[in-house]
Structures are given as C-alpha cells and as structure tokens.
Design a protein around this ligand. Structure first.
Ligand code: SF4
Length: 392
C-alpha cells in the first residue's frame, strides 16, 4: 500500500494531486484498419515482460500523488488480450502501489470475444466495476471491412456474459461515418445497443489517421466514405434515438443513463490532473503533460535502468491551460463554470475569452446556463467550429 508519499512533483502550490490513473495495455489480437493507437500483436512472453515493466512503473508513478485514487482506467489496445493470470498481476500491482478509494470506479476496456468466465471473475474479484466494449457496428459486413476481429453475435454474447457475471456498468463504443455505412446500419446498431440494456454509449466519427491502411486507401480513392451530410444525419439519429431511450447526451460523443457517466473521462474533460502508466501513455501532473516512450524496447530499457520511461514533457503555460479548460469543458453538456474557471486560473473567463464567447452567443452556438457557458443544441454537430475560437 502507498504510505510515505509526499509527492515530489505535486509540491508546487496551486496544483492538486491526481486521483485518477490510466494504464495502457498495448496488445491486440489483430490490427483494425483505422487504428493509429500504440498497440502490437505480440506473443505471451512479450506480454509477460510488459506486465513486469508495468509493475515497476506503477511503483514509481505512485510517488506523484499523495491522494487515494478515485478512478482507474485500463485502456489499450485490448487489456483483455492479457490472460487471467496477467490481468490479476496488473490489477494487483495497482493496489500494491496506490491507495485506492473503496468506491473507486475501475474501468477495463475489452473487445468482444476476448472475455471469458475466468477473466471476468478475476476482474470482479479485484474490484473492476465497469467494462467498456468496442462494438463499433452490428453489421458483419462493416465489421469485416474495418478489420475488426469479431462479429455482431460475439458482441452480444460477450456483453451478456459480462452481465450474467454481475457487471452492471457497461459501455459500448460505436462508430459512424464508416465506409459504405448507411443510416439504416446506424439505426440497427442503436436498436441492438438499447436491447442489450447497457447504460453508457460512446459514439465516435471515423477519423482517417495518417499511417493507417484506411489513410492509404483513401489517398488511392478506395475508401467509399458516406460524406459530411450523411455523417451529420447519423449523428442526429444517434442523439435522438439514445435520448428517446433514456440516455443523457452529456459529452459530444458520450451518452449515459442516470448516474452512469464515466467518472474517469470526466477528469479529462474537466482538465483535471491524472497519472498514466504504460507504453505511449500520456499523463498530466502538476501542470506538466508527459508522454511515455511509444517503442516497447525503449520503454522497457528505461524501466530496467530504474528510470521512468518518459519520452517528453510539456509544462503547460497559463494561457494554454485556460484554452484547455474551455476546449475540453465545452465538450460537456454541463459546460464550463465561471466560478471554477476563476478559482482554477485566477482570471475571469470573460476577461480572457470575451471575444470568443460573444461570437458564440451572437451566433446562437453558446448560451449561459446560470454560472456556466455551454454549447447550444444546434452547436453540438459543429462543436469543433466553436472550440477553434478558443485557441490562439
Ligand atoms: S481493437 Fe482497438 S486498439 Fe486494437 S487494433 Fe482495433 S482499434 Fe486499435
């Protein structure tokens, strides 16, 4: 357990110690055609070595906070690509290195087809209380076209297995704007999600990232994307269908039923600090953002030497921090509170961003909601246009 930690980094006044931890598990069974995440297809021996590296890093990272953790998030990659023994080791490494609140939210990302009774038992026994499955779509032809390694039936059987093992907090990721995806495909996915009885949905636009097969195919004219108008219709359909099904649209891409918002992700959107461990992971501590090595050998070599595997750090200056608070906070339906902004940054929001706020109000894209400024309903589909106004 964590005890003596006066945080070296958190000693500076004005910054709070992080209470959230992200742990990156960079392994997948195969690689999806749109993916640019730090992830590898690796044999068991490499995964074993990585688990040992993570244990070392978690012990080091724990000295960056004096507070107990309130949220822990295992992302990837596919954390459930680890076997049950490896999962048990990394979960235990967190509780050995940190104090964790008894009511903490523990989320593990999983892919359909990578969970079984044994793994789910290990997760439950070690405190995991939330699962996030990458479903993306329920059309088998689309799953195949984007390089997913599961079919739609496997999405349902994995979610149902988790539910039968006592997991009530389940998120499903969906994607829209996929090649040859129709509005009916999106409607079908939403219906299936609602039928499965999950309480959280993340619905993302496909972004074609450099270095991915999709990027190559698009450059060659081989990627039949639906186009902006169709994507706008899809987003509208997602919002309306999920609202009717009792979900609250609380972030640009996220929907939750009452009390089911993702606490860990709220930390990012509220621009609060968080710790991160794992290859390529990003953290934010004491006003500094850090990024770990993305190359597994470099990451591992640093840990073997007894040093943190940090590739680069960026001390966020005062203005950048204010921009982050606006850009991230406006993603939320709760918006950005004037009072919290002043307390956090020592300046009033209107004094710094008066012009952008006036522009948003004039164009009915922003509105005041008591103490907070937030997006209007018509601004959600074009949220990026608003965010840009807050960046120099
Ligand atoms: S499962 Fe996720 S992390 Fe793994 S390759 Fe596919 S998109 Fe990337």
């Amino acid at each position: 357990m964590k005890s003596e930690h006066g945080s070296a980094l958190a000693a500076t006044a004005g910054f709070t110690d992080p209470t959230s931890l992200y742990v990156h598990i960079p392994f997948c069974g195969s690689r999806c055609h749109y993916c640019d995440f730090t992830t590898f297809v690796a044999p068991r021996s490499v995964m074993d070595g990585y688990v040992e590296d993570l244990k070392r890093e978690l012990a080091m990272v724990s000295s960056l906070t004096s507070k107990p953790l309130r949220t822990v998030f295992f992302g990837g990659g596919t954390p459930t690509a680890l076997d049950s023994e490896q999962l048990a080791l990394v979960l235990s490494a967190v509780t050995e290195a940190f104090d964790v609140e008894p009511t903490a939210e523990w989320t593990v990302e999983a892919n359909p087809g990578t969970v079984n009774e044994e793994k789910l038992s290990v997760l439950r026994e070690r405190g995991v209380n939330r699962l996030s499955f990458g479903a993306q779509t329920f059309e088998d032809r689309l799953l195949l076209a984007i390089g997913r390694s599961h079919d739609s039936e496997t999405i349902e059987s994995s979610v149902q297995l988790a539910q039968s093992r006592g997991f009530t907090r389940i998120n499903l990721d969906l994607m829209f704007g996929l090649p040859e995806q129709s509005l009916d495909d999106v409607r079908e996915a939403l219906n299936r999600v609602v039928q499965l009885g999950v309480h959280h949905v993340s619905a993302y636009w496909l972004k074609v990232e450099p270095g991915t097969p999709f990027h190559q195919w698009r450059e060659a004219g081989l990627l039949p994307l639906p186009g902006e108008d169709a994507e706008a219709d899809m987003y509208h359909l997602v919002r309306e269908t999920l609202k009717q099904a009792g979900f609250h649209h609380y972030e640009v891409s996220n929907f939750a039923t009452e009390g089911e918002m993702a606490e860990h992700n709220l930390v990012y959107w509220r621009n609060e600090p968080y710790l991160a461990a794992g290859v390529g992971a990003h953290g934010y501590v004491n006003g500094t953002r850090y990024e770990n090595h993305r190359v597994l050998q470099r990451y591992s070599a640093d840990l073997m030497k007894g040093t943190r595997p940090v590739l680069e750090t960026n001390q966020v200056d005062a203005h950048e921090a204010m921009e982050d608070t606006m850009m991230l906070g406006l993603r939320l339906s709760e918006g950005v509170s004037k009072r919290r902004f002043l307390k956090r940054h020592g300046k009033s929001m209107e004094a710094v961003f008066g012009e952008a706020i006036d522009w948003g109000l004039r164009n009915s894209l922003l509105t005041w909601d008591q103490d907070s400024i937030r997006l209007t309903d018509r601004a959600w589909p074009i949220a990026n246009v608003v965010f840009e106004k807050f960046v120099e």
